[in-house]
Design a protein. Structure first.
Length: 224
């Protein structure tokens, strides 16, 4: 299913580059549905694997890059990086939200037996592209919290720093929303409006981060 919705996304990018509207807009929504179903089916049938998780993430990146380049040419490359950073914030804030409350972020894969060469290659790609983003952003968020709490955040501070509202906002900036917005822009004949929306999304997240910090300041442990 991952390979099928990847093919649909790449075909949509080709159609966008040719100036089409309706077909790529519809294909992007079909890709979104299938992209959501693959993980659900794997979990429901107890067939989750490490390979599947890495493959899904990296094929989404391939499609995102193809779509942004189809829209903006070479400028689609930095647009894809910004898009990735936005979705990495979503990943980190959800993980921190669950960890602050003692919840499991992701269950371990139900199946083992991954092809070692394939898995190693996928992990290498992830380490090359995604891991630096995660480390840089996590360092930023951790340092901001430490600065607010004098370097010793309490469990209450961590909960305050990860309000549910912030995860709702980032969840609504996830891939499904990105493709819905892109599809609407393509259908309207204004695909470049999508890439122009990415800096606005980034500014929104910056504002949410400042609000997260204000929640910590309201904690007694963080008051001077």
């Amino acid at each position: 299913m991952v390979l099928v919705h990847t093919a649909l996304g790449l075909y949509a990018a080709l159609l966008i580059s040719r100036g089409e509207r309706l077909r790529p807009a519809l294909l992007l929504q079909v890709k979104t549905v299938l992209d959501g179903l693959d993980g659900q089916l794997a979990r429901a049938t107890g067939r989750t694997t490490e390979t599947g998780r890495y493959l899904d993430t990296e094929m989404d990146l391939v499609v995102d890059l193809a779509l942004n380049v189809a829209i903006s040419g070479a400028a689609g490359v930095p647009a894809t990086l910004l898009q990735s950073l936005i979705m990495t914030v979503d990943y980190l804030w959800e993980r921190d939200f669950r960890e602050a409350r003692g919840e499991v972020f992701r269950d371990p894969p139900a199946q083992a037996g991954d092809n070692p060469q394939v898995l190693a290659a996928l992990k290498w790609v992830y380490a090359l592209y995604f891991t630096p983003q995660e480390r840089a952003l996590q360092t930023l968020f951790t340092r901001r919290l430490a600065r607010l709490t004098g370097g010793a955040p309490t469990p209450a501070d961590r909960v305050a720093y990860t309000p549910h509202a912030s995860t709702l906002i980032t969840a609504n900036l996830g891939l499904a929303t990105q493709l819905l917005l892109l599809g609407a822009c393509v259908l309207a004949g204004r695909p470049r409006l999508y890439t122009r929306s990415l800096p606005v999304q980034a500014l929104l997240l910056a504002g949410v981060q400042l609000w997260r910090e204000d929640q910590v300041r309201r904690q007694p442990s963080s008051r001077g």
